[in-house]
Design a binder for this molecule. Structure first.
Ligand code: ASP
Length: 595
């Protein structure tokens, strides 16, 4: 080794020892006759003192050294003079008096400062990711990630799980997104698909009798671009045989609690995760990914406003639709401009407009353009039902159920951000259970699975598949945390006839089902055990534990929101020979070509 110790290791008990350190120059201060170098490696920082009297040669070098040079220093560990200790670093009681300095490699001036947590343009950070990764923030995040994954592996190993790798070159797996395809050179015109998840393979491992499988699995989905989406991401993929829903929920809950305690900077709000039905959460929060760090729940006021003289509400209720509201504390003094802003946000979420009522902080008078349509009794009933008090603002949505939910979910999140309710340093997990098997509404006469087509319907609901499939509830479960879905899974179908029936309902012909999933259907005829599984998203969980808003901050080499790698410039064109070998002819329209 080119070093005897790391830069985070030396303490008072090492005083007097001769050591060799190697690392990067974090900072250099020239005090005339003495140069101080903060030497940094992944483990920490150590102050090196280069004194002309001790090493004339070393001093001459130290005067030329710049930030991010890679150097090796041999010297004696010495206690820092009294009053010069640095409490902020672990090695702050000592310094190394240099006897010899070797420059292992000089460095260009970096495009941003490595030793400070300054805001740097993200595209610059991604282009020079290897420099960004030297900074404390990313080192901390990747170490949280490592600790979390290590904890997961140890936890599951102790409980009899086997880690099995599954192929990256596989066949299209239906998880609802577009596949990334890989052309085959040896089979002209044929393609592999990168797995959207190892769903089929983990189920086949259950058929194979493995009983408890997991994998830290890379998944690939070519979905539409969104700020916080990555084309490839990591899941803790799991599957178990002979289990019921609650076995999986209990196990994952224990895993999450243990992992957060072991690796997280952000603590748990509570250790027993509430189990909430899909219907209940959608009604109360307008979404199946509720943020439980705060209230601001949606309240159905149809019964009160349906009989008011405000026609819009009365007619909507008469048509069987809801009118719902949230009560935002302390925002009753919102100006016209602020309310217009909220209305614009509501419109972006699909609303035609936004109704509001504000309660005066002293007189308790209710103001708002629609106030005059309500009787005093109706206003009292409204404030009571919404538990509204002086100074509060009521935001009301009247539309179809799905629009009302989308609009109020959006406003609930917006108001929570404005009131600082989402800044809390806490992780609020919850299970969402009892999902419908199919998405609401049919397309081309077919249903779409709400999770994926391998999810089992509740046993008692199987007869409904013939009479009213839209009403069937499933064995799907999601784990949510702070408004994010952090895991999704289900008890699976393990019988061929039931799997065929679901495929039919979602629109697969007999031939299509056999062609695409013949291997699964056949496997189910060779003794498939009852099984179920789940797949927590590692990137999002680590981001939550690191207090990071974006999953890019917990990935070593992420892509941009446009799915590009700015460091290596990927994706990129390839030479004609490569295309020829793959039997590919490009047909790019002029307007699609990169400028
Ligand atoms: N494969 C599913 C997904 O990625 C999770 C599961 O059902 O286990 O969403």
């Amino acid at each position: 080794m080119l070093k005897t110790h790391s830069c985070g290791e030396l303490r008072l008990e090492n005083v007097g020892e001769t050591v060799t350190l190697a690392g990067w120059v974090n900072r250099r201060r020239d005090m005339g006759g003495v140069v101080f170098i903060d030497l940094r490696d992944r483990d920490g920082k150590t102050q090196v003192v280069v004194n002309a009297g001790r090493t004339a040669e070393g001093f001459a070098l130290a005067e030329q050294i710049r930030s991010e040079y890679v150097i090796q220093v041999t010297g004696e560990v010495s206690q820092r003079p009294s009053g010069q200790e640095n409490e902020n670093i672990a090695t702050g009681d000592i310094e190394v008096l240099a006897d010899e300095i070797v420059v292992l490699n000089p460095a260009k001036n970096p495009p941003f400062l490595i030793d400070r947590d300054e805001v740097v343009d993200e595209s610059l950070r991604l282009k020079y990711r290897y420099l960004d990764l030297r900074r404390e923030r990313l080192q901390r995040n990747l170490s949280i990630r490592h600790k979390a994954i290590k904890f997961i592996r140890d936890f599951l190993d102790k409980r009899g799980f086997l880690e099995v790798e599954t192929p990256i070159l596989f066949k299209s797996t239906p998880e609802g997104a577009r596949d990334y395809l890989v052309p085959s050179r040896v089979h002209p015109g044929q393609f592999y698909a990168l797995p959207q998840s190892p769903q089929q393979l983990k189920q086949l491992l259950m058929v194979a009798g493995y009983e408890r499988y997991f994998q830290i699995a890379r998944c690939f989905r070519d979905e539409d671009l969104r700020a916080d989406r990555q084309p490839e991401f990591t899941q803790l993929d799991m599957e178990m045989s002979f289990v019921e829903r609650d076995d999986i929920l209990n196990l994952i809950e224990e895993l999450m609690v243990g992992m957060v305690k072991h690796a997280s900077l952000v603590p748990l709000a509570y250790e027993e995760f509430p189990r909430l039905s899909y219907g209940d959460v959608v009604n109360r929060y307008g979404t199946d990914r509720p943020d439980l760090r705060f209230g601001l729940e949606l309240v159905d006021i149809s019964d009160i406003v349906g009989s008011s003289s405000f026609r819009v509400f009365a007619e909507n209720v008469a048509a069987g639709n809801p009118v719902k509201a949230i009560c935002v504390p302390g925002c009753g003094d919102y100006s016209r401009k602020q309310l217009t802003e909220l209305e614009d946000i509501a419109k972006d979420a699909g609303a035609k407009g936004l109704a509001w009522l504000a309660i005066h902080p002293e007189t308790e008078e209710v103001r708002g353009p629609i106030a005059k349509f309500f009787t005093v009794e109706q206003l009292i009933a409204l404030t009571e039902k919404l538990e509204a008090g002086p100074g509060d603002l009521l935001l009301i949505s009247s539309d179809t159920k799905s629009v009302v939910h989308e609009v109020l979910h959006t406003l609930r999140t917006e108001m929570a951000n404005r009131l600082g309710l989402t800044n809390t340093n806490t992780l609020a997990f919850a299970w969402v259970i009892d999902f419908p098997l199919f998405e609401e509404g049919m397309e081309d006469g077919h249903y779409a699975p709400s999770h994926h087509m391998f999810t089992a319907p509740k046993r008692a609901h199987i007869p409904l598949l013939d009479s009213d499939p839209g009403k069937v509830l499933s064995e799907q479960y999601d784990l949510v945390c702070n408004g994010f879905e952090v895991a999704g899974g289900s008890i699976r179908i393990h019988e061929r006839p039931l799997q065929r029936k679901i495929m039919e309902l979602i629109g697969f012909s007999w031939e299509e089902a056999e062609d695409q999933f013949g291997h699964m259907l056949e496997a189910f005829e060779y003794g498939a055990p009852p099984h179920g599984g789940i797949a927590p998203g590692v990137d999002r969980l680590v981001a939550l534990m690191a207090g990071e808003p974006n999953i890019r901050e917990v990935m070593a080499f992420p892509k941009t929101a446009q799915a590009t790698d700015l460091m290596a410039s990927a994706p990129s064109p390839v030479v004609q020979r490569q295309l020829d070998e793959l039997h590919i002819a490009l047909a790019i329209k002029e307007k699609e070509k990169k400028a």
